[in-house]
Write a protein that binds this ligand. Sequence first.
Ligand code: AHM
Ligand code: MG
Length: 337
Amino acid sequence: MIKNTRTLGEFIIKHQLAFPYSTGELSNLINGIRLAAKVVGHEVNKAGLVDILGSYGETNIQGENQQKLDVFANEKFIQALDNREIVCGIASEEEEDFIALNSSDKKNNNKYVVLIDPLDGSSNIDVNVSVGTIFSIYRRISPIGSPVQLEDFLQPGKNQVAAGYVVYGTSTMIVYTTGDGVNGFTLNPAIGSFYLSHPNIKFPKKGNIYSVNEGNYVHFPEGVKKYIKYCQKEEEDRPYTARYIGSMVSDFHRNMLKGGIYLYPNSEISRDGKLRLLYECNPMAFLAEQAGGKATDGKIRIMDIEPKELHQRVPFYCGSIEMLEKLEEFISIENNN
Ligand code: AHM
Ligand code: MG
């Protein structure tokens, strides 16, 4: 039986009509992401078939440039957003500096900036494991008509107007929020349309999955070590199950549907952790909160952190609210000792 036949396109139009003064620009922007997601998803799906896995800069047997998929994804998302004349600038994990769009003279009348991790977890591509794209959307701060500025990108996560991810898994899905709950859409590859498959997703308050790279355990802060031991202890509903794909989008997606916690702590080897605040942590934090979950750096709400740099890293803990609260208890006890 067909459960739900609403497409992403229909969903976007319906939701746009719900905002009386909406100009349709944000909807148009999400449509750009939808298009790029299909193009990248198509390429990811044939990664094992085509000669596309060589390193960037090499040429293949036909003399064409080979592109790594993260470079390919970066280009496709930038192109899709550039074509729509809504976005004034993009910051990407793949680019050292932000890119000013739609402006030969660097002036710009567009309202939005987008921050993006075009292919998160890309080391998983070579071994046929799910990867994802993460995006975060803000209104610019600098006046419309002026050149886009760094300050437009260095906004705290609580200013986000929309955020989401695409997961290229057993199926391709777009999951996003515009601050009114979280909805997930699954691609029907035969037709090329995304269908609303996961309306109004909610993080279970508590779960039994913990996701962390335990190989780094000895370097973790004491509070996190003790929390991991707590997860493993045979007591009440524990031990929890350990699940770590090494592709944050996929780990987050599973935890949001089933209930769980994702941890990427700071450590003796990486002082601020690994994950980037602006295009990895903030969008996931927005989704988590919209779904009733929580995201912190161990002390501070992720979306309250004032960013200082484009590629800033932060410790990242995210998931079911009761699991996060327990972790924070362990961290604060250690901090007060
Ligand atoms: P990337 O943006 O270079 O792919 O790095 C981010 C990824 C996350 O998706 C994943 O959770 C994490 O790095 C895995 O890191 P590690 O191999 O250190 O566990
Ligand atoms: Mg990444």
